[in-house]
Write a protein that binds this ligand. Structure first.
Ligand code: ASP
Length: 323
């Protein structure tokens, strides 16, 4: 059953865009990667595949691109490791899968999906999750695969600031490497899905898990709403950000725009956090709230033309809601 409503895919590549760090080359690279992710996901929707396939395909492209803090190019922990987290949720069944703290899984989103579809569980972590990856034929790589020089230097900077006595909280705040990637989609049958993948935050402590793999915090989808977040995960967990947005839409009748604005731009900053999110309603309404200098973001609709933006204030017309 498909072709009843126009399919739609919305993605983000993190809300940690800092103008001072950007070059025309990075901008062009980011735009190309976002467009490729949108096209790959859209191809699934056009072929009548479920929203789940579209978000999985889009995230895998961004995980493979070293520019984003997910998969290859993930940030480093305090101990100089890459620890990856991801989650996925099917809004039409409320099935969900998540992995946290994996070191060797090339595409954590594929493992999160395997947990959802091929295990009786929702979340698996660390060595156990990697054992499950081996059993399921999800590709493992040498941990060195994830390393990029840029992220390594980011960690060195954070460690130096730590040695100079700055508190971890303020260092995390200063190092806004929110390059997490996320996707939400509606397929032709009107089903929604959401997915998120991340390396977490630079200099995070051993075993720290953020919001991205936590269903309800960094990712949520039901029949009416799909959300993926990016930002300072501790705050997203404490306000159950993704589910809070969906609940406000369902219970208070708020639009995607209103609910996204309240949670991302009011509640989280009031507590001291920051970041952004993408929100998709079942009617095709889209919101992309964020409170940083920029958020890599984009969407693609029935016509198959990718629309992307980077900075706050960049023009980006949103799709017209249509059932
Ligand atoms: N939300 C992620 C985390 O806290 C970071 C990000 O969005 O880049 O792990």
């Amino acid at each position: 059953m498909h072709g009843e409503v126009p399919p739609l895919l919305v993605i983000h590549g993190g809300a940690g865009v800092e103008r001072a760090q950007m070059t025309p080359q990075i901008e062009a690279q980011a735009r190309a990667a976002l467009e490729l992710a949108l096209r790959n996901g859209h191809a699934r929707l056009k072929a009548g595949k479920p929203a789940l396939d579209a978000v999985t395909a889009a995230i895998a492209v961004l995980e493979d691109d070293p520019l984003f803090n997910a998969g290859r190019g993930a940030v480093f922990t305090h101990d100089g490791k890459n620890e990856l987290d991801a989650s996925i949720m099917d809004g039409s069944t409320l099935a969900a899968g998540a992995v946290a703290g994996v070191h060797r899984v090339r595409n954590p989103i594929l493992l999160a999906r395997a947990v959802m579809e091929r295990s009786p569980h929702v979340m698996m972590v660390g060595a156990g999750a990697e054992k499950f990856a081996v059993e399921q034929g999800v590709k493992l790589v040498d941990p060195a695969y994830f390393r990029t020089e840029k992220r390594w230097q980011d960690l060195q900077k954070a460690l130096k600031e730590g040695a100079a006595g700055e508190k971890l909280g303020s260092r995390l705040a200063a190092l806004k490497h929110f390059g997490t990637v996320g996707a939400v989609a509606r397929d032709g049958a009107g089903r929604l899905a959401a997915a998120t993948s991340t390396g977490g935050m630079t200099d995070k402590r051993y075993g720290r898990v953020g919001d991205s793999p936590i269903v309800g915090a960094g990712t949520y989808a039901n029949a009416a709403c799909a959300v993926s977040g990016t930002g300072w995960g501790e705050f997203y967990i404490r306000v159950s950000a993704a589910r809070e947005i969906c609940l406000r839409m369902a219970m208070l009748g708020e639009s995607a725009q209103q609910a996204g604005q309240t949670v991302i731009n009011d509640e989280i900053p009031q507590m001291g956090g920051d970041g952004g999110a993408i929100v998709l309603g079942a009617d095709g309404s889209v919101a992309m709230p964020f409170n940083t200098e920029g958020m890599y973001r984009g969407w693609i609709g029935a016509d198959g033309v990718p629309h992307v933006a980077i900075y706050s204030g960049d023009p980006l017309a949103l799709p017209e809601p249509a059932r």
